[in-house]
Design a protein. Structure first.
Length: 333
């Protein structure tokens, strides 16, 4: 690595995370790259999270090349505003997110910066692992050669859009006024990630597992949305659709937005509850006609959605019982 390397800002929103925060902070403190600005936003936690962040900042004070900003909200505002607060205080050339229950490989930042410098990339993305209580599974992102290909892959469901999978030039946020919608805390990373890709010139995949996403509660995989969560998702999807249709890629995305809507509501079909099946039927229903067209979705996923669109809830229930419970041993609550 060369001298005078770019500053990287790592953003970590925190809310009542004392049970998981320590492993996250340890992985941040152990980064081999030595020019990092850590910004942690405590969103009015009622546990020991803020105290842990202050201890973390104290341990960094004597470490060359590291700096920290611990910002505390007086009232709980949600992850969207916590991220906005961090962005408004960031000074790094690149932005990287790490959630308060996950961890980075120790050389993650170093490798991302080297990739960005070598390829002159605006966005570097990488592989990740899904960590359960007793197992870990590698999850692979596809190789995309340009931003449009990545946008199409995210819309079709071939590529994850989570913010923690990308190191992004901060200038994309500032030059194009990209921020999160306050209060819209579900689907907020989808909106911002795709906006960033709309304006990126060069992207590159670093084909290494650098991020460990923890899913300690298997039952929460289904992300059963409350009515409020659904409204927040709708707010972000509506803004994304407006943004894409005004972008330079408006004529290239085809049915991608409808594929995305189908992917967004898919978890409602794997809860085992009829009330969620009915919610699925009513949510983004105009996209149902594209169910069989998205070849990026697996055949069994398309069939599951097709049966649901025909109100054949018995088939959806059979899928839940046989595939999820028998073959995977998963019981959603």
């Amino acid at each position: 690595m060369k001298k005078n390397l770019p500053l990287v800002t790592i953003i970590t929103p925190v809310y009542n995370a004392q049970q998981t925060l320590e492993r996250t902070l340890v992985s941040l403190r152990r980064q081999t790259y030595e020019h990092i600005e850590f910004i942690c936003v405590d969103d009015a936690s009622t546990d020991l999270s803020l105290a842990m962040l202050r201890v973390f900042a104290d341990t960094l004070a004597a470490k060359k090349g590291f700096s920290s900003k611990i910002i505390s909200h007086a009232t709980n505002k949600g992850v969207a505003e916590a991220r906005n607060t961090a962005l408004n205080h960031a000074t790094g050339e690149f932005i990287l997110y790490v959630d308060a229950d996950d961890s980075l490989e120790t050389d993650a930042v170093e490798r991302c910066v080297q990739e960005a410098l070598d390829k002159q990339s605006d966005i570097v993305y990488f592989q990740w692992s899904l960590v359960f209580q007793k197992s870990e599974r590698t999850m692979l992102q596809p190789t995309c050669t340009d931003p449009l290909e990545a946008i199409q892959a995210m819309l079709a469901g071939r590529m994850r859009w989570n913010l923690w999978l990308f190191m992004v030039r901060r200038s994309l946020y500032e030059d194009y006024f990209i921020r999160f919608i306050p209060g819209a805390n579900m689907g907020e990373d989808l909106l911002v990630t795709l906006k960033l890709f709309v304006h990126a010139k060069r992207i590159s995949l670093l084909d290494r597992v650098l991020y460990h996403y923890r899913q300690d509660n298997v039952g929460s995989i289904s992300k059963v949305f409350s009515i409020q969560h659904m409204r927040e998702v709708e707010t972000n999807i509506q803004e994304l659709e407006r943004y894409l249709l005004k972008s330079a890629y408006a004529h290239e995305i085809g049915a991608g937005i409808d594929f995305l809507k189908l992917a967004i509501k898919l978890p409602l079909l794997v809860t085992g509850h009829k009330v969620d099946y009915i919610r699925w039927t009513k949510w983004f229903s105009s996209s149902d006609r594209y169910i069989l067209q998205n070849r990026s979705a697996s055949l069994h996923t398309r069939l599951l959605q097709w049966f649901a669109s025909k109100r054949q809830y018995w088939a959806v229930r059979v899928y839940y019982l046989l595939v999820l419970r028998v073959f995977y041993g998963v019981i959603y609550k």
